[in-house]
Write a protein that binds this ligand. Structure first.
Ligand code: NAD
Length: 359
């Protein structure tokens, strides 16, 4: 059938050492960039995404269209659909799974808590069940989050720090995901790498993230709200540019060891890793707004309010020495240069030439 033909074509590897990768969340922000980068270097790539409407699905469809032009087929489906996953694994012997599908964002949990459980816990288990039984078993790299550090007050965050006090349901599901992933590694021999991303931003980014809606609101003259912590302390994020995150993802795939099980049975100890992928230079949200004002040449209408208790933490800051040592991970884009690229993309995308936007 046509579907199978498309899947096979998209999974074709063009280089001698190429991987065959299933990218879940392939039409998402990070997933689409990772898929494009893998394809560019000759790997076989299949995307999977349910195109949910957590944010504008049209943006996801535009990312998908660009990927299809680059030779990556994004299958429309859910990670909870075991039958679909098994069908994909029947058609393609995936060497790796890059698992980026999730319910992201911390505030939305107040409206739709179940979506976090469905995608970040049930969906993860479903995917791992299929991976464990696959022959060969793929190596798995998946997105955890810096949010697992939660109410930890020690900065910068390093992988050994405590993660037992999540501040949001999102963080709790990511933390649970790490425990679940560890179990599948230990019992079934799946090779698993968890990546704790720190506030990823850039072109084709997520409209629910502050840098994105600040840009939109500054341009349309709408007031923007900046939160401050207790005692008027600033709120800061270790903003990390998408290209740096993509490099970290690719290095994680390339250094992932093979899984040691077959058909659900473990044959030996398998690799389990967790890495911070951040930028090591937190920036205050008020400074973020100043940079945007400079790039957009428009003054923002600022409003400062105390930080509500809605799941956000006051400060994030990554210690990346482990990723530096083991993955050769070295972020190279500072916030102003990265935002410049985002703003350029945003303006083009909003203009009539939407469809002509490229990576
Ligand atoms: P995104 O929302 O743009 O991408 C996720 C994609 O997964 C979306 O396209 C969505 O439609 C899809 N999806 C969601 N649930 C699904 C399901 N059940 N089945 C199939 N597809 C589903 O988010 P992103 O920013 O690209 O994030 C990618 C990953 O990185 C997520 O796991 C997220 O939690 C994690 N993360 C992101 C950031 C960040 O700053 N962007 C920070 C930390 C962690």
């Amino acid at each position: 059938p046509e579907w199978e033909k498309k899947v096979r074509q998209s999974a074709r590897v063009r280089s001698d050492h190429g991987h065959t990768v299933l990218v879940t969340g392939g039409a998402g922000f990070v997933g689409s960039h990772v898929s494009a980068a893998l394809k560019r270097r000759g790997d076989g790539v299949i995307g999977l995404d349910n195109f949910n409407n957590y944010y504008d699905p049209e943006l996801k469809r535009h990312r998908r269209d660009l990927l299809e032009r680059a030779g990556v087929f994004v299958v429309e489906g859910d990670i909870n659909d075991s039958e679909l996953l098994r069908k994909l694994f029947d058609v393609v012997a995936f060497t790796h799974v890059m698992h980026l599908a999730a319910q992201a964002g911390v505030r939305y949990a107040m409206q739709n808590p179940k979506s976090y459980v469905n995608s970040n816990i049930a969906g993860l288990v479903n995917l791992l069940e299929v991976c464990k039984s696959a022959d060969p078993q793929p190596a798995i790299v998946w997105a955890s989050s810096s949010s697992v550090y939660g109410l930890n007050s020690k900065v910068p965050f390093s992988e050994k720090d405590r993660t037992d006090r999540p501040a949001s349901l999102y963080a709790a599901t990511k933390k649970a995901g790490e425990a679940i992933a560890h179990t599948y590694n230990h019992i079934y021999g799946l090779s698993i790498t968890g990546l704790r991303f720190f506030t990823v931003y850039g072109p084709w980014g997520r409209p629910d993230m502050a840098y994105f809606f600040f840009t939109r609101d500054i341009l349309t003259g709408k007031p923007i709200t900046i939160f401050e912590g207790p005692d008027h302390g600033s709120v800061a994020r270790d903003f990390t540019y998408i290209d740096d995150i993509v490099k970290g993802c690719l290095a994680s795939l390339d250094t992932a060891k093979k899984s040691t099980g077959t058909g659900g049975k473990k044959k030996g100890a398998a690799q389990f890793r967790i890495f911070n992928l951040g930028n090591t230079s937190p920036v205050d949200v008020s400074k973020l707004v100043s940079i945007l004002e400079k790039l957009l040449k428009v003054k923002a209408k600022r409003r400062v309010l105390p930080m509500p208790r809605n799941g956000d933490v006051q400060y994030t800051h990554a210690n990346i020495s482990l990723a530096q040592r083991e993955l050769g991970y070295k972020p190279t884009t500072d916030l102003e240069s990265g935002l410049k690229k985002f703003v350029r993309w945003y303006i083009t995308y909003q203009s009539k030439s939407k469809k002509k936007s490229s990576w």
